[in-house]
Design a protein around this ligand. Sequence first.
Ligand SMILES: Nc1ncnc2c1ncn2[C@@H]1O[C@H](COP(=O)(O)OP(=O)(O)OP(=O)(O)O)[C@@H](O)[C@H]1O
Length: 128
Amino acid sequence: MNSDLNGNKRKKRIGFMYAFRGLRFVWISEVNFRIHVYIACSVILFGILLKITLSEWLWVGFSIGLVLSMEIINSAIETIIDYMFPHFHEVAGKAKDIAAAAVLISALLAAFIGMIIFVPKVAEYLLS
Ligand SMILES: Nc1ncnc2c1ncn2[C@@H]1O[C@H](COP(=O)(O)OP(=O)(O)OP(=O)(O)O)[C@@H](O)[C@H]1O
């Protein structure tokens, strides 16, 4: 019983290592992911400079997490499609386009949330 529990804990720790390996893989191979991380860092910097509120931080954090997660899932889908369809295939293209659409929707939502939070603050700053 006890050894089972310990075994599971060990598996969990190893699972985290696999996740970090996945993160490293996406960072190295996906330029779009790196661009999103740079944008996220800039948004966080702006948030600090413009002193956004706690609830605004929650929306910003949610948006960043959503976009990066979608980008990671998109990369996983692309990886498996590239393996299964090394040559042009209608289904491969369709699946990739659909996965890319998920990233687009999350990025549009993040941009919308970002505009609602930051545009009034930037305008106030510029007019003061
Ligand atoms: N094997 C394929 N068969 C048919 N169409 C494909 C195939 N691979 C890619 N495509 C088409 O080309 C588009 C771009 O594919 P690509 O693999 O370059 O992904 P991407 O969206 O540019 O992402 P990334 O640059 O992160 O790899 C796809 O959305 C799809 O429409």
